[in-house]
Design a protein around this ligand. Structure first.
Ligand code: ADP
Length: 252
């Protein structure tokens, strides 16, 4: 890929029942950037994210990843090349933790030694050492541990583009801070382009280079750095949204 940015141009999604989840949204996650989509529940964040890896088909508009139109790409290959983390991680219940993390390297044909080394590295990174956790099954883990396996699995093949939907929601506060820091280190190290959905503006401020605030119908209310959004809310909607989280606009 020449670039790994994600570019949405005039993207609309109308579900079959007539719900306009996203309307004429234009937005870019630049190469190597963490872009957070924030906004109240139901404002179209997940729909936007899921159109990038084609779990949802846009009704109109174009989406490019690395300069290529996703609608022209092979959907299976596209999904293998883009990491995807969701809150209720779809771990494979009949595969061990190690096997779950090894899924994409396996699909990509990595040899066993390389895959095993990578699995060890990732499990250590998310605080689930292989000796203790590798052979367990998902039902033998807490919700937070399952989520960490999901993050490890998404990062296993070093994807250059990563989509995350409430990735740290089920992790307890202490574990969350640690996982957020680990994630940040990995992201910076790899220069991964990340589009992340969170309902929590504080998480967005902490992790994102830029924040897109959406309102119902996937309407972009503001796009800016955490300082810009918290320091100079573009309108009442953004201000009210920040107020709900007790994020005080910064004194300028
Ligand atoms: P968010 O992630 O911000 O909570 P979503 O993208 O999940 O928002 O949903 C946006 C809107 O689209 C909501 O009104 C939701 O009810 C609707 N929606 C989501 N998925 C579907 C679907 N499969 N069919 C119909 N409506 C949907």
């Amino acid at each position: 890929m020449a670039t790994t940015g994600i570019v949405l141009t005039d993207v609309t999604k109308t579900y079959p029942d007539g719900t306009v989840a996203v309307g004429s949204l234009s937005l870019e996650a630049r190469q190597g950037e963490v872009l957070a989509l924030v906004g109240p529940s139901g404002c179209g964040k997940s729909t936007t994210l899921r159109m990038v890896n084609r779990l949802v088909e846009p009704t109109s508009g174009t989406i490019e990843v690395g300069g290529e139109d996703v609608m022209a790409a092979d959907a299976v290959q596209l999904r293998r090349s883009i990491g995807y983390v969701i809150q209720h991680v779809g771990l494979f219940p009949h595969r061990t933790v190690a096997q779950n993390v090894a899924t994409v390297p396996g699909l990509l044909g990595w040899d066993k030694a390389r895959t095993a080394a990578r699995v060890d590295e990732l499990l250590a990174m998310v605080g689930l050492p292989r000796e203790t956790y590798g052979a367990r099954y998902p039902h033998e883990l807490s919700g937070g541990e399952r989520q960490r396996v999901g993050v490890a699995r998404a990062l296993a093949a070093r994807p250059s583009v990563l989509l995350m939907d409430e990735p740290f929601g089920a992790v307890d506060p202490q574990g969350r801070r640690r996982l957020q820091r680990e994630f940040q280190a990995i992201q910076r190290d790899l220069g991964t382009t990340v589009m992340m959905v969170t309902h929590d503006i504080r998480e967005a401020v902490l992790l994102a280079d830029r924040i897109a605030v959406l309102s119902r119908g996937g309407v972009l209310e503001q796009l800016g750095t955490p300082d810009e959004v918290t320091g100079a809310p573009a309108n009442d909607f953004v201000e009210d949204f920040l107020a709900d989280f007790d994020v005080e606009p910064k004194a300028s």
